[in-house]
Design a protein around this ligand. Structure first.
Ligand code: DON
Length: 618
């Protein structure tokens, strides 16, 4: 695959900072001093799972303090918020990572990013033993990275034997009951978690998972509950770089976490994860090249999160039309068409697109509610929506309640299964009577249902009187004399088809014209979705009193579609050959009228299609 300009940019950046050799590798944990100081990797992973990596992107190194942010997320999932906040605050300390910054009266560490707060957080991970806790941490970390991880035992032993300050902190925390039980056991969990080996690519993917609302953008696995994302990113933004956090949010502008192993991970919510690996550290314990690269990337590509561009609400509504313009595929008689011409505008259809957030849902709500007359039906099509956040779902719940109370039927169609919208509605809107209808396969079925509601509310009855076994007053047979109808009847055959029974198949000779005397049939075509995948698409619905396969009158060779009975139906037909081979005057007159009626029907269908095309062009 050709390298994109963005990739080339990163390669340039890597080359530029290769010469930056300021700083020293950490040596207060002896094993860390053995790392190659010249290692240097840069990786960016987008929320679409696109990976851009240069340099030492797959060299393993010790995660160290970067683990704190992800373990904090686990603690938030394993405990209620009140418990976590009672054990660790979320205030930046403005002090070094190993400072003993505890609240004077409660002994609560200032935040979960400094060692004291991190040790308290490790103690909050679910598990009856240290082993269970570290296994839970590894299990969750592996959801972020999408691969097996391990604790580097040399680094663990090295930290365990020299970690006297952390040992003192853990006993101090025990003294304040921030830790319960044996502080040594929790400290051991903390040392193991810091000694987990990761690569620069892993870190960028972990960052991208946080950016992607907690879902790994490559594997699709959820690593963290969506509701905990703001908590984790919040402490990363305010405390992640310790006593450089102020400068960091000013110069780089992304939630981040550094580690003395030489890693930095930064998160641009909704967009990407950025990671740098370069072991030389400054006096605050942050990677020198890491800081320089992140600042340059942020400024070069305008990634500062507080410089967010306007949310693209303009693309939220990709199509906006009503039921008088676009109809369902079911053929309807003249009176029904007139009712729908007059009242179909009460059906409002919005095709939605993009990532739905608060403002996009607000735009949808405004588009519906700001009308002079509220619609009778609203269909929201989610086919092109790529994500929907909590705030947008809340807006849609409020819309559902309002429309229900106004007697307006709300319908959702083509909801991507990954949204879990039904379960989200259940959790936010307990009264099911407010829920929108979500059972239609596609827009056509939803439109048909709305049209039927309208026709029913205007007491429309099929104006076509059916005489079983006789050609009824079908539009294609209008203007026929009694003798002509009797002549056609003499050519007719009839059969009862059961629900889902195939009436005729694609590829068969097109030598018959069919009439639905009773019931309903659908016309299905096979659509090629990919080389190996086909999908059936309903292109027409023919109700009683209408004909289908009129193409046989125009010399069509073979059928282009399957015709299947939607319900038990009485179907009549005549073979076109029996009419065309008959050169009597009555047969010729019938042919002329059939062609005229067919031309009128086709013109009406063309008129409707033109209205739909016009709405597409708006
Ligand atoms: O507890 C320690 O000191 C190390 N395990 C982690 C310190 C660290 O990574 C600080 N971050 N820059």
């Amino acid at each position: 695959m050709k390298l994109t300009p963005f990739h080339l940019h990163l390669e340039e950046l890597h080359k530029q900072f290769l010469e930056l050799k300021d700083g020293n590798v950490a040596d207060y944990i002896p094993e860390l001093a053995k790392v190659n100081p010249d290692h240097f990797g840069i990786v960016i992973v987008t929320v679409d799972g696109h990976v851009y990596q240069v340099g030492d992107s797959r060299v393993e190194f010790s995660i160290q303090s970067i683990s704190k942010a992800f373990t904090y997320g686990i603690a938030l999932e394993d405990n209620d918020l009140e418990t976590v906040e009672s054990k660790v605050d979320v205030e930046p300390s403005g002090e070094a990572f190993n400072s003993i910054s505890l609240e004077p009266d409660t002994g609560r560490p200032r935040n979960p990013m400094i060692n004291a707060g991190a040790i308290a957080t490790s103690g909050l991970v679910a598990g009856n033993t240290g082993e269970e806790k570290i296994n839970r941490i590894l299990e969750v970390f592996e959801k972020y990275t999408g691969r097996k991880l391990n604790v580097d035992l040399q680094i663990y032993e090295s930290e365990k034997t020299t970690g006297h300050r952390n040992r003192a902190i853990s006993h101090l925390l025990r003294n304040y009951d921030i830790l319960n039980g044996d502080p040594e056991e929790v400290l051991d969990v903390y040392f193991r978690q810091c000694s987990i080996n990761v690569t620069c690519r892993d870190l960028a993917l972990m960052g991208a998972t946080l950016a992607n609302d907690g879902v790994n953008p490559i594997t699709g696995i959820r690593a963290l509950d969506s509701k905990k994302i703001p908590n984790v990113l919040g402490v990363m933004a305010s405390c992640g770089m310790y006593d450089y956090s102020g400068n960091w949010i000013y110069r780089v502008g992304m939630p981040a976490k550094s580690g003395v192993g030489g890693g930095i991970v930064a998160v641009l919510p909704g967009q990407l994860g950025l990671a740098v690996f370069s072991p030389r550290l400054d006096e605050k314990g942050n990677s020198v090249r890491g800081l320089a690269v992140c600042e340059t990337v942020s400024q070069t590509f305008d990634l500062h999160m507080l410089h967010s561009t306007r949310t693209t609400t303009s693309s939220t509504i990709r199509r906006n039309y009503d039921g008088s313009i676009v109809r369902s595929k079911i053929l309807r008689d003249g009176p029904a068409q007139e009712i729908l011409d007059q009242y179909g505008h009460g059906i409002r259809v919005l095709d939605l697109a993009g990532d739905m957030q608060f403002v996009s849902a607000e735009l949808v709500m405004h588009e519906i509610m700001a009308r002079e007359k509220l619609p009778t039906h609203v269909i929201l099509n989610f086919k092109h929506v790529s994500s929907i956040n909590h705030a947008a779902v809340q807006q849609l719940c409020d819309l559902a309640v309002t429309l229900h109370n106004e007697g307006c039927q709300l319908i959702f169609i083509e909801i991507p299964k990954s949204f879990g919208l039904t379960s989200k509605f259940k959790s936010m809107l307990s009264d099911e009577s407010f829920w929108p209808q979500m059972g239609f396969d596609d827009i056509d079925h939803a439109l048909e249902s709305c049209e039927n509601d309208i026709l029913e509310s205007y007491d429309w009855e099929s104006s076509i009187i059916n005489q079983k076994g006789q050609p009824s007053s079908q539009p294609i047979l209008s203007d026929m004399t009694t003798e002509e109808l009797a002549f056609i009847s003499s050519l007719m055959e009839s059969k009862v088809f059961e629900e889902n029974e195939i009436i005729c198949k694609e590829g068969e000779p097109a030598d018959k014209v069919f009439f639905v005397e009773e019931g309903q049939v659908s016309v299905w075509v096979n659509i090629i979705v990919s080389v190996s995948k086909k999908k059936k698409k309903r292109i027409n619905v023919v109700g009683e009193g209408f004909a289908f396969s009129e193409g046989a009158l125009l010399g069509a060779e073979s059928r282009i579609a399957d015709i299947i009975a939607d319900q038990k139906s009485i179907i009549s037909w005549f073979e076109t050959g029996k009419l065309f081979d008959n050169d009597s005057a009555i047969a010729l007159n019938i042919q002329k009228k059939l062609y005229k009626n067919l031309a009128i029907q086709t013109f009406h269908k063309l008129e409707l299609s033109n209205k739909e095309i016009k709405s597409l062009m708006q």
